[in-house]
Design a binder for this molecule. Structure first.
Ligand SMILES: N[C@@H](CCC(=O)N[C@@H](CS)C(=O)NCC(=O)O)C(=O)O
Length: 245
């Protein structure tokens, strides 16, 4: 399976500095280069004393991305399902203004919200490289994010409490969703399974579409994308985190 080699510390540092105010640079420590860290889905490497807690729900596609980032990171991150445990739900609701799933609760009480932020934070802490800064990979992660947001928005609209979904919203989002399926098909056909924040986002968005966009039949006419998805699903963690419906 493909792995993205971790960038030299200098280029990663420059990228982080471009994103955030200067901060002290902490040595990254040992890098795990073993293929087992990626292929052995049951091996969640414990590389530090972190007690990070990921507040998630099985059927949230956003949470699935964060969960997979956590599992592939090699860090010890506890997964707590807020949909199964009211006490954990309360923690999420009280931890910050978002109250959206997922949340990443850090040792110092900080609760990170937003999947993209959580993925990048986990990557920055991880001895494994989850983030591929190649433009094509960033493009893929963006498209997958748009697909997920559009599918989420459309199902919200379909299930509108007033029973009157807006045809304009439904059409706008369905057109966007179709364009995203085609774009993923063009980019992922012929690719083998690989695990980074972009491919994790793509598989999570498509898995969510199986549930909340079943009538799209995204596999129809997209054999290449289907083959890529099936190859990804052979990974135990990817399979384990799929929505149950
Ligand atoms: N932009 C957020 C979206 C997360 C999100 O919308 N999660 C859903 C669950 S799939 C949620 O918690 N929705 C509750 C709400 O919108 O109040 C992210 O990337 O994490």
């Amino acid at each position: 399976m493909n792995r993205i080699p971790r960038l030299p510390a200098t280029s990663r540092t420059h990228f982080l500095l471009a994103l955030s105010p200067p901060r002290s640079i902490v040595p990254r420590g040992n890098t795990i280069n073993s293929a087992a860290a990626w292929s052995g889905a049951t091996q969640h490497w414990i590389s530090g004393e972190t007690t990070m807690k990921l507040l998630h729900a099985q059927n949230s596609p956003y949470a699935r991305r964060a969960r997979l980032a956590a599992r592939f990171s090699g860090l010890k991150i506890e997964e707590l399902d807020v949909s199964k445990d009211p006490a954990t739900r309360k923690v999420l609701d009280g931890a910050g203004p978002s109250a959206k799933i997922p949340g990443l609760l850090l040792d110092d009480g900080t609760c990170l919200c937003e999947t993209l932020i959580i993925g990048r934070y986990i990557d920055a802490q991880s001895p494994n490289s989850l983030m591929d800064y190649a433009p094509k990979s960033l493009e893929l992660e963006g498209i997958a994010s748009v697909l997920m947001d559009a599918t989420y928005k459309r199902i919200k609209e379909r299930l509108a409490e007033d029973g009157a979904p807006s045809p304009t919203v439904l059409k706008t989002e369905t057109d966007r969703i179709t364009r995203c399926y085609d774009a993923l098909d063009a980019r992922l056909s012929g690719q083998s399974a690989s695990f980074n924040l972009a491919t994790i986002a793509a598989v999570s968005a498509l898995g969510y579409a199986d549930w909340r966009g079943a009538d799209d039949n995204w596999r129809e006419g997209r054999d290449g994308l289907t083959a890529w998805y099936d190859a990804m699903m052979e990974n135990k963690d990817i399979a384990e985190t799929a929505p149950i419906f």
